[in-house]
Design a protein around this ligand. Structure first.
Ligand SMILES: Nc1nc2c([nH]c(=O)n2[C@H]2C[C@H](O)[C@@H](COP(=O)(O)OP(=O)(O)OP(=O)(O)O)O2)c(=O)[nH]1
Length: 319
């Protein structure tokens, strides 16, 4: 990978364009396949950057650059399996409403989680498939956390490079808007490959839905401390936080908060969790994960939660 300087946005000109060995330039519709390798730095923690990289409107708007056709993706953040239309051609990369070309391809999300965003672009105009990947990596110096986003692409049409650059500028803006948000911590408590979920009793619009134990981080409190306190209050037990899981999830428009999940285990000798404030608790097996009626925000974390459940159980993922 090639570093693109400290904090500078990668202009199309700084993308290293290399024809992949053994490949020859494809012809037609101005498509020259490009192998793209680049990196740029953002002054924000990786879980915030990874969230912005999967923001549906930003990614589909800039990369798809087609205003008329709504993406099939319905969530605020992209999920693996989502698909969206892509107008093929030059257009104005800075304007998501300017579709450019006339022919339409399809973008498919192959992965959208804390490890990054991986997309496939299928269109007759690119003569098959092109792959594009954004991979955020944390770089910590002292107590300052910044993120390096590595870009990789294979078989990219030339016109897509300008859109990638415009998309990254929009991601950067989103990051500066999201980074200072107050945080609600959620706890992914996994024991023997099973995840603890709790069913809300209130407010009315959340009652009956399932969520992870947690709540708002108090002023002056660290996130791991908030995880321990909330589990004491809600489950009457002691947990040990182990690290973050998934990307941040921006909570619904009015709240201005982000959900940030920590993985945890029960402390040695801790009492079994009981529902103090909630209607019910349930230890969820892998096969029950998707079918549960989760709060909408939690649904966007299921791929990441599945991964830690599989790792804990030592089983093969049947998905
Ligand atoms: N705790 C938690 N909150 C979640 C999850 N998913 C999700 O959308 N939320 C939302 C619901 C609420 O709008 C907000 C946090 O509310 P909360 O009621 O748990 O927070 P809290 O304990 O600090 O609040 P309070 O009851 O003391 O007033 O985050 C989740 O998995 N766990």
């Amino acid at each position: 990978m090639t570093g693109a300087g400290s904090g500078g946005l990668p202009e199309p000109s700084v993308f290293r364009r290399v024809l992949a060995p053994g490949k020859s330039p494809r012809t037609g519709a101005g498509t020259i396949p490009v192998v793209l390798e680049s990196a740029f730095a953002v002054d924000a923690p990786v879980h915030v950057v990874a969230a912005a990289l999967r923001h549906t409107r930003t990614v589909t708007g800039f990369l798809g650059a087609t205003a008329e056709r709504a993406p099939e993706a319905v969530g605020e953040l992209l999920l693996a399996g989502d698909r969206f239309p892509v107008a093929v051609g030059a257009g104005d990369a800075a304007d998501p409403d300017d579709a450019g070309g006339e022919s339409v391809g399809v973008g498919t999300v192959l992965r959208a989680d804390e490890t990054g965003l991986r997309l496939r672009l299928d269109s007759p105009a690119v003569d098959g498939s092109a792959l594009l990947e954004f991979r955020p990596e944390e770089r910590t110096t002292g107590n300052r956390s910044r993120c390096e986003v590595h870009l990789a692409g294979d078989g990219l049409p030339e016109w897509l490079c300008g859109r990638v650059s415009a998309c990254l500028a929009a991601v950067r803006e989103l990051v500066s808007e999201w980074a200072p948000r107050p945080v609600v911590v959620g706890t992914a408590l996994v024991e023997d490959g099973m995840l603890l979920a709790q069913q809300r009793r209130y407010p009315a619009h959340h009652a009956g839905s399932w969520e992870l134990p947690g709540g708002r981080v108090e002023p002056g409190e660290g996130e791991p401390e908030a995880v321990v306190r909330e589990c004491r209050e809600e489950l009457a037990t002691e947990v040990v936080p182990l690290g973050r899981v998934g990307t941040d999830i921006p909570l619904s428009a009015g709240s201005g908060m982000s959900l940030r999940v920590w993985r945890a285990r029960l402390a040695a000798g801790a009492r079994p969790p009981v529902p103090v404030e909630h209607r019910a608790l349930r230890w969820i097996e892998l096969s029950q994960l998707v079918g549960l009626e989760w709060l909408e925000a939690d649904r966007l974390l299921l791929d990441s939660l599945r991964r830690i459940m599989v790792a804990e159980s030592g089983k093969h993922d049947p998905k």
